[in-house]
Design a protein around this ligand. Structure first.
Ligand SMILES: [Zn+2]
Length: 193
């Protein structure tokens, strides 16, 4: 049994850091319908994100604030991630998704001017991370139903960052090696903020 049950509080000591091979692995599909163990783990991951954004709880447990967390970031080789954040329009997004797959995406791209960060990366990595502006994701949600989500802007960036994790890809893999602030050419790309 996994220790990540409903009462367990994930802290930074549970977060796998870069250099650990599990972050470079393509994770395994989750069995459908999801087991209660997998659902408990997802709930626990989602609660970590909420805790990390609550100033009192974050201070108490010394949590770095995060908007997304993939299962391999807590050492679990399974295709699932949690996300919790407000987008650029102020809308709240809360997801616990299994076997997520990007089934289509826009040609146009976006990036965050300040770059991206990651709970598994304890250093600042400057540079632009080009992402698709809009994506359509198919996944299994926490009720076990197949869902299709249309995400754009910040929500699309978060989902791409997490789905990358599940495929062994780190955000800085997308940064131009010669010039970290060089954007891809021949494609429409705008800064989000
Ligand atoms: Zn990350």
């Amino acid at each position: 049994m996994s220790k990540f049950n409903e009462e367990y509080i994930i802290t930074m000591k549970d977060i796998v850091r870069e250099g650990d091979p599990i972050l470079r692995q393509v994770t395994e599909d989750v069995s459908v319908p999801p087991t209660s163990e997998d659902l408990d783990t997802l709930k626990c991951m989602l609660q970590f994100l909420k805790n990390s954004q609550n100033p009192e709880i974050a201070a108490k447990y010394k949590l770095r604030s995060g908007v997304g967390l993939s299962a391999n970031q807590i050492g679990i080789n399974k295709k699932m991630f949690a996300a919790y954040f407000h987008d650029e329009k102020g809308n709240l997004h809360e997801y616990g998704l299994m076997n997520p797959k990007i089934i289509s995406h826009s040609v146009s791209m976006i990036y965050i001017t300040n770059g991206e960060g990651c709970l598994s990366v304890d250093r600042d990595v400057p540079g632009y991370v080009p992402r698709y502006e809009r994506i359509k994701v198919k996944a299994i949600d926490m009720t076990g139903k197949e869902v299709s989500l249309k995400l754009s802007g910040f929500a699309a960036i978060v989902a791409q960052h997490e789905i990358d994790h599940l495929n062994g890809i780190m955000f800085y893999d997308h940064i131009n090696k010669q010039n970290p602030f060089k954007l891809p050419e021949n494609v429409e790309i705008n800064s989000l903020f």
